[in-house]
Design a protein around this ligand. Structure first.
Ligand SMILES: [Zn+2]
Length: 65
């Protein structure tokens, strides 16, 4: 049986395999994989936007939680 590492493209949310990912980037000690160069590019421009945690606060109105 083949062992594959399933990872998620943080930009488009697609499930991909680390071994066949079109691109990857290291950010804060973690490696992220992408389905294509465009997703990698987007991530590189603004990583925090796609991680949902860290420095970037969640957008939206705060009036009603
Ligand atoms: Zn993608």
């Amino acid at each position: 049986m083949k062992t594959t590492t399933a990872v998620k493209d943080p930009v488009c949310g697609m499930d991909i395999e680390a071994a066949t990912a079109a691109g990857r980037t290291e950010y804060q000690g973690q490696t992220y994989y992408f389905c294509g160069a465009k997703c990698k590019q987007k991530f590189d421009l603004n990583p925090a936007q796609y991680l949902g945690t860290g420095a970037a606060p969640k957008s939206g109105h705060g009036c009603c939680g």
